[in-house]
Design a protein around this ligand. Structure first.
Ligand code: ADP
Ligand code: MG
Length: 705
C-alpha cells in the first residue's frame, strides 16, 4: 500500500532516472507531488473567435479544426511548422519553431505532425505575433481533441503552470500530479477542525485546499485555497514552537542570579577599552532580564564590529558568578575557536574554566572525556562551540544561559534543540542582520529586542572603491608597508567559471610570487584541517603573516584589528549582505581601513552594478540589509537567515502576516488547552509536528513527541 511517505519510485512509470530528475525539483515522495504547487496560473477560460485572434495584444486561446500543415527550413538551421486552424469565423496560422543542424535526416516535427492531423480539433494557447505579411500565433501549449464536443483537460479553465526541468516536462508533471491527486488526495492530514472560523481566511479542509490549488475555478479561488493551506502550515509550525518553548515567558525559572561586581570588574580591567553607552544599555537590559523571575528571551542586534562579544561575555560572567554554566553556540568551527581564544585572553587571571566543543575537538577521546566530565561536574563553566554542543551526549550540571551568536546562520530547529538542554534557560541571541519585526516574530516567537547602533569610538568608516586589479594591489602594498595586514578574498565558483579551490590555490601562488613576493602570504579556506586553520589565524593575529588569501569563509566573526585592507576578487559574484559581512572584517581599529572591489567578469549585470554601487556608498549595515531585501525579495533573506527552517509550500512569510498572526493565536489556544497534545482531537496535529520537525539532520529537530 502506498502512502504519502512512499518514495516516488513506487509510482507506476517512475524509475530510478525519473526519480532523480524529480529530486532536482525537490520531489521525493508522494506527498511532495501533492504539495508541488504551480508557480503561476494561466487564465485559459476565454477562447476567442479566430477572426479576433490577431487583434489580441499578447497571448490568447483559440479552438478550431486543423487544416493544412506547412513546413519550411532555413539555411541557418531554423525549422518552422505552420498549421492552419479554422473555426466558423476565420482561419489563423499557429507556428512551431525549432533550431537544429541543417540537413539532419531526423524529422524534427514528427511528433507534432502526428497529432495535428487534418480534421482533428485543436485547442491552442500562444502569443500573437503580428509581422508585415506574416501573422501567426506562436504556440505555447496545445491540446488535441478528436471531436468538437470533447472536453479538454487544460483549456476552458485556469491552468496550473509548474516549475519544470529539462527532463521533466510540463505535460509530464501535470499528468503525474493528476494521478497522485486521484489516488492520495484524501490521505493528506487535515487540521482544519482545530481552527475556529476566521472572517478573512476561508475555512477549507487540507484536501479541498490542495485540489483547488492545483485546479482552481478562478484565480481568486486559487488564492483563497493557498491561504487556507498556508494557515494549516503556519498553524503546525506555531504549535511546534509553543510546544517546544512550553510557554517560556509564563514559566518561572529556577535560576537566580546575584550581581556581584567581582568578575565583571575584573573583566573591565582586562579590557583595553570602555564599554560604549549602547553596550552598557544592552548589558543593563540583559541583566534585568536575567534577574527577573521569568526566562530571558532577547535578541541583540548590532552591525558587524559593534562589539557584541563582550556584551555576551558579561552575561556569561553573571551566570558563572552565580554558580551556573553558560553555553555559547556559533555557526562555524573557526568562529568557535576565535571566540574561545578571545575569551581565554579576556578572562585570563579571572579563574573561569572554558571548553571548546566542536566536532574536531570532540574527536580526540581523552579530550572528549575530559570535557564531558567537566561539564557534568560543573568544573567547566563555559562551553563554546558549534552545533556539536547540542548533541545529546553533552550534559551540563547547571546550565542556565544559552548565547546564540550570528543567529542568521542558524536554523530555528537548532535553536530549539539547544533549548532542550535545560528547562527554562535564559536565551540571548545575537545577530548582525536586522530582521524585519514580522520575520523575527516567526523565527523567535515573542522576543525582546536590544539594538546596538554605535560602533566603538574612533572607528572610521571603511573606504570602499572599485579598482582594477593592478591598482588594488599597488594600494594594498602601500598599506602593507605601513605595517598593516590584508585579506584577499575569492569567491568559490564551481562549474562554468571554473574558479574552484584549485584555481584559488593557483592564483594565490601566483600572487605570492609576483605582486606580494616581498610579503608573507598564506592561504586560508574551508577545507584546511581545523588545527591548520587555527594555526594560520594565530599567525595572522600575531603578525607573522601579512596577507591572508582566503575564500569567503572569513565572513563571520574573525577579529583581527590590524588587518585594514581587503581586496574582494570577483566582487560581482557576492551578494550585498555577504559583501558587507566581509567588509566587517576590517575597520576594527582606529586606523583607516580600505576595501577594494575588483570586478572580473566582462559581462555587465545590472544587479551586480547596483550591489557594488550600494556597497561603495553605504556603510550602515541596517540600510544595506534593507536594500538587499528590496533587491532580492524577502524569500532570499529568509533563506540566508534560516538554513534549516522548514520551507512552506503555500505560505509566504512576508505576504501572509495576517495568516501567521491568526495561526499563532490558534496554536496558542490549542497548546494552552492541551500542553502536551495528548487529547485525541489533537492527535493529527501532534503527528504532523513530529513528522515535520523531526527528520532530516538529526541535530536540527525539536524532539517533541
Ligand atoms: P561583533 O559585534 O561583530 O561581534 P566584536 O564583538 O567582534 O563585534 O567586536 C569587534 C571589535 O571591537 C573587537 O576587536 C572588540 O574587542 C572591539 N570592541 C568591542 N567593544 C569595544 C569598545 N567599547 N571600545 C573599543 N573596542 C571595542
Ligand atoms: Mg560577532
Amino acid at each position: 500500500m502506498l502512502n504519502l511517505e512512499s518514495r516516488l519510485q513506487c509510482l507506476k512509470g517512475v524509475g530510478h532516472k525519473r526519480a532523480q530528475a524529480f529530486a532536482k525539483l525537490g520531489i521525493k515522495t508522494i506527498e511532495d507531488v501533492l504539495t508541488f504547487f504551480p508557480s503561476q496560473y494561466q487564465d485559459r477560460t476565454k477562447i476567442i473567435p479566430i477572426k479576433n485572434a490577431y487583434k489580441e495584444q499578447q497571448s490568447c486561446c483559440i479552438f478550431g479544426k486543423v487544416g493544412k500543415v506547412y513546413e519550411r527550413i532555413f539555411t541557418n538551421g531554423l525549422y518552422i511548422l505552420d498549421v492552419e486552424i479554422f473555426d466558423s469565423t476565420s482561419m489563423a496560422y499557429i507556428r512551431f519553431f525549432r533550431k537544429r543542424k541543417i540537413y539532419s535526416s531526423f524529422d524534427i516535427f514528427a511528433s507534432i505532425k502526428r497529432v495535428f492531423k487534418t480534421g482533428v480539433f485543436a485547442y491552442v494557447y500562444g502569443e500573437v505575433k503580428i509581422r508585415y505579411n506574416d501573422n501567426f500565433i506562436l504556440v505555447n501549449d496545445y491540446e488535441i481533441v478528436e471531436k468538437e464536443s470533447d472536453i479538454p483537460l487544460f483549456f476552458n479553465k485556469i491552468v496550473p503552470i509548474y516549475p519544470t526541468t529539462r527532463k521533466i516536462s510540463q505535460a509530464y508533471i501535470r499528468a503525474c500530479i493528476n494521478s497522485v491527486l486521484r489516488s492520495h488526495l484524501h490521505d493528506y492530514p487535515d487540521v482544519s477542525g482545530l481552527l475556529p472560523t476566521c472572517n478573512y481566511i476561508l475555512k477549507m479542509s487540507a484536501s479541498t485546499a490542495l485540489k483547488k490549488i492545483h485546479y482552481p475555478d478562478s484565480l481568486k479561488d486559487a488564492e483563497s485555497a493557498r491561504r487556507a493551506f498556508a494557515l494549516q502550515e503556519f498553524f503546525v509550525m506555531e504549535a511546534a514552537f509553543y510546544l517546544s518553548q512550553n510557554n517560556l515567558k509564563k514559566s518561572r525559572k529556577k535560576q537566580k542570579y546575584l550581581l556581584k561586581p567581582n568578575l565583571l570588574e575584573r573583566l573591565e580591567q582586562n579590557l583595553k577599552f570602555k564599554f560604549t553607552s549602547d553596550q552598557q544599555r544592552a548589558i543593563r537590559d540583559i541583566f534585568t532580564d536575567m534577574q527577573s523571575e521569568y526566562p530571558m528571551n532577547r535578541i541583540l542586534i548590532g552591525d558587524v564590529g559593534c562589539g557584541k562579544t563582550v556584551v555576551a561575555l558579561s552575561a556569561t560572567l553573571l551566570a558563572i558568578e552565580s554558580g551556573y554554566q553558560a553555553m555559547i553556540i556559533v555557526p562555524t568551527e573557526i568562529l568557535a575557536e576565535q571566540h574561545y581564544c578571545t575569551m581565554l585572553s579576556l578572562l585570563s587571571g579571572i579563574g573561569v574554566k572554558i571548553a571548546l566543543l566542536t566536532s574536531s575537538s570532540l574527536r580526540k577521546i581523552d579530550q572528549r572525556k575530559m570535557i564531558l566530565a567537566g561539564l557534568e561536574s560543573n568544573d567547566i563553566q563555559v562551553a563554546i562551540g558549534t552545533h556539536a554542543l547540542i548533541e545529546d551526549r553533552i550534559k551540563f550540571a547547571s546550565l542556565s544561559l544559552i548565547v546564540i551568536d550570528e543567529q542568521h546562520r542558524f536554523g530555528v530547529m537548532q535553536k530549539s534543540a539547544a533549548l532542550k538542554k535545560v528547562s527554562y534557560p535564559d536565551i540571548l541571541v545575537m545577530s548582525a542582520t536586522p530582521i524585519p519585526r514580522a520575520l523575527s516574530m516567526i523565527i523567535h516567537g515573542e522576543i525582546d529586542v536590544t539594538t546596538i547602533k554605535q560602533l566603538p569610538p574612533g572607528r572610521l568608516p571603511v573606504i570602499t572603491h572599485v579598482l582594477d586589479e593592478r591598482n588594488a594591489y599597488q594600494k594594498t602594498i602601500e598599506e602593507l608597508k605601513n605595517g598593516s595586514q590584508a585579506y584577499i578574498v575569492y569567491p568559490l565558483i564551481d562549474g562554468y567559471d571554473k574558479l574552484d579551490l584549485k584555481s584559488v590555490v593557483r592564483e594565490s601562488k601566483i600572487l605570492s610570487q609576483t605582486w606580494f613576493r616581498n610579503f608573507r602570504v598564506e592561504l586560508f579556506h574551508g577545507r584546511l584541517e581545523s588545527s591548520e586553520k587555527n594555526k594560520v589565524l594565530i599567525k595572522f593575529k600575531s603578525k607573522e603573516i601579512d596577507v591572508l588569501i582566503s575564500t569567503a569563509i572569513i565572513e563571520v566573526g574573525i577579529d583581527i584589528p590590524n588587518a585594514t585592507v581587503m581586496i574582494i576578487q570577483h566582487a560581482e559574484r557576492f551578494g550585498l549582505s555577504q559583501l558587507h559581512q566581509l567588509r566587517g572584517r576590517i575597520g576594527r581599529s582606529d586606523k583607516q581601513s580600505y576595501l577594494y572591489l575588483v570586478r572580473k567578469s566582462e559581462a555587465k549585470s545590472g544587479s551586480a552594478d547596483e550591489r557594488i554601487k550600494i556597497i561603495e556608498s553605504i556603510n550602515d549595515g541596517f540600510k544595506i540589509a534593507e536594500a538587499d531585501l528590496k533587491m532580492r525579495g524577502p524569500g532570499v533573506l529568509m533563506s540566508t537567515i534560516q538554513h534549516g527552517f522548514s520551507k512552506f509550500k503555500a505560505g509566504d512569510i512576508v505576504k501572509d502576516l495576517d495568516i501567521i498572526k491568526y495561526a499563532k493565536n490558534c496554536a496558542k489556544e490549542v497548546i494552552d488547552d492541551d500542553p502536551t497534545l495528548s487529547k485525541e482531537k489533537n492527535f493529527i496535529l501532534k503527528k504532523l509536528i513530529s513528522k515535520r520537525f523531526s527528520y532530516g539532520d538529526e541535530r536540527d529537530f525539536i524532539n517533541v513527541c
